[in-house]
Design a protein around this ligand. Sequence first.
Ligand SMILES: Nc1nc2c(ncn2[C@@H]2O[C@H](COP(=O)(O)OP(=O)(O)OP(=O)(O)O)[C@@H](O)[C@H]2O)c(=O)[nH]1
Ligand SMILES: [Mg+2]
Length: 374
Amino acid sequence: MIETGKKNEKGLLVAVGLKSEPDEKLKEMMNELAFLTQTLSIDVLGEFTQKLEYPDPRTFVGKGKLEDIKAACRVDKIDVVVFDDDLSPSQLRNLERELKVKIYDRSLLILDIFLKRAKTAQAKTQVELARFRYLLPRLTRMWTHLERQKGGTATRGGAGEKEIETDRRIIRDQITLLRKKLEKIEKQSNTRRKSRKGIVRVALVGYTNAGKSTLMNLLGKDKVYAKDELFATVDSTVRKVVLNHLPFLLSDTVGFIRKLPHDLIESFKSTLAEIKEADILLHVIDASNPSHEDHIKIVDETLSEMGASDISTIRVFNKMDNVNESPVQNRNGLSTYISAKKGTGIEELRALLTKEVKKIHMKIYPHYIRPEVY
Ligand SMILES: Nc1nc2c(ncn2[C@@H]2O[C@H](COP(=O)(O)OP(=O)(O)OP(=O)(O)O)[C@@H](O)[C@H]2O)c(=O)[nH]1
Ligand SMILES: [Mg+2]
């Protein structure tokens, strides 16, 4: 679906920080953007940052900075320039015209990573739908991206008004088709979820790359894909786990990230239902990441937007093998410190989880309590 040529594309990164923000923050944002970009097999050859009151409405960065980027594009024979924020359709057009290379904004970058990762029919349909919704108002460049998808040669900037109108129609039809397809799949997964009623459900949530899948592998028996990549998991996976004779369902979910494209959240509603309908959330945190406090905030905010903030949550501070000092204790709730990689702290987590699962068993499913279980 995506070009998988052997040679990586060459890219530049561009981020604009607010004047009020500290330099470190911009640096951390850049690191994350580089990580995301590498996930798409794009080699990062340079980074450009600028501090502004607000991004330039025409070209996102100022005129001088744009000239610098243009020069770097020429010197390094750059294929892609990646912007850390979302660009308006007109900014996108202007930048493409000025720089004459492929432009990725944050949404498209994340959408393409999801597209690469999605495995199940449901996840694939969700991502395709989100991607078409994103592309519809950005049709001039969609031409090139559509060509790319079809594996043909890109006709850069060559689409005339008539062709664009035809494309627009094709995209609209596709959106209608994909929506119908998704509805059908969702009905099936709703039925599947309903059939799981009567058993406690635990969902792993957290910022991308926090270690959710690694922890899932530790707690469950079958292996799921865990890797040092952002969004290694895009499809929800559910496993039955038994802890101290207590059975429950554990689901691994797609990671959150700052500025997650809105179209994606819309399209992933059904997958995220695994979270909303859970009895307990294990919020996995990469304690070794300097931005982990921000990550916690972003996850908490996303959960609250989803209507999942009332669910009993255990904060699992992971990657403690890479941390010198203990993070500040979470005074308002349950928290525990582990290294999913080394397996340390897992017994405490298991004990905490068993206690919580037991509570839910007794509260919601009293008919399920069997004396031998306790
Ligand atoms: N040092 C260290 N690395 C860890 C630990 N737990 C996980 N990792 C590594 O962190 C990376 C991400 O782990 P995953 O389990 O894939 O993370 P995830 O939260 O599922 O990520 P996404 O699915 O991409 O959102 C992998 O390279 C893991 O090996 C840990 O306790 N310590
Ligand atoms: Mg994962």
